[in-house]
Ligand binder design. Structure first.
Ligand code: AP5
Length: 231
């Protein structure tokens, strides 16, 4: 059985930071749909260039495009032992498609973790975020004052969609389209929430423990089973 994890959370909740750390620790591929789209834009792929206009406005890319990208990515053999999905699903329609893909794979259920952070912290984090213009990684919070990427030496810049106006739109879109996913998953025995307002190391520890606990549940219990879902 694979360890199939999805990280939910608002923009800036720390999905990327924690998905990266967890995936490295467990030797699993981290699949970030935002990173896939940004790489596609760098590579001038037609589909990503169409998506770019939406991303620049803080809107979601259409479900069909996103499901096609994820379906293709999850068909690769490096996902056999599991994966960590970051930024997908983002709508109930995407979640239904993912359920169908997971059923076809027959390789373990989804462990769903919602990383919860208050809105004022999200806005502050996104305003302060710097990413590497070369490799795309986030600067660590402690490196915020530097201008050079610790991994590759590239220059740190503000992400194109982290301007104040676009962040406001991304948060609106999150509440309207993505937050309902919490209700979609809440009753599953492998749904968990994590307090994302702690320092990154503490969030990582909590995630490790909670994912381990969720994965050890009776994962064959029917989805929607009452009683075993908990914080
Ligand atoms: P995407 O790249 O997925 O962006 P997002 O969901 O808005 O998430 P972010 O990357 O902004 O935040 P995060 O939660 O990963 O936080 P991070 O770890 O970086 O998507 C971008 C766009 O692509 C979308 O708007 C949409 O247009 C499109 N798209 C992507 N997927 C799609 C899909 N499935 N369907 C449709 N469209 C899609 O952390 C943020 C900052 O906080 C960093 O500076 C970090 O260092 C800092 N930080 C992290 N943790 C902590 C902590 N514990 N304490 C203090 N600071 C912290």
């Amino acid at each position: 059985m694979g360890l199939n994890v999805i990280m939910l959370g608002a923009p800036g909740a720390g999905k990327g930071t924690q998905a990266d750390r967890f995936a490295r620790r467990r030797g699993l591929p981290r699949i970030s749909t935002g990173d896939i789209l940004r790489q596609g834009i760098k590579d001038q792929l037609p589909v990503a260039l169409v998506a770019k206009a939406k991303m620049d406005r803080g809107e979601l890319v259409d479900d069909e495009t996103m499901v096609t990208i994820v379906r293709e990515r999850l068909a690769r053999p490096d996902t056999d032992a599991g994966f960590v999905l970051d930024g997908f699903p983002r709508t109930v329609s995407q979640a239904r498609s993912l359920d169908a893909i997971i059923e076809e794979r027959g390789n373990g259920p989804l462990v769903v973790v919602d990383i919860v952070v208050q809105e004022e912290d999200l806005v502050r984090r996104l305003a302060g975020r710097r990413i590497c213009s070369k490799c795309g990684t986030n600067a660590e919070p402690a490196d915020g004052s530097g201008t050079t990427c610790q991994r590759c030496g590239g220059t740190l810049v503000q992400r194109a969609d982290d301007s104040e106006q676009v962040v406001i739109e991304r948060l609106k879109v999150y509440h309207r389209a993505t937050e309902p996913l919490v209700d979609y998953y809440r009753e599953r025995p492998t749904f968990r929430t994590v307090n994302g307002a702690q320092p990154p190391d503490r969030v990582a520890q909590e995630l490790d423990a909670t994912i381990g606990d969720a994965a050890g549940q009776d994962v064959h219990a029917p989805w929607g089973a009452q009683g075993s879902a908990r914080l």
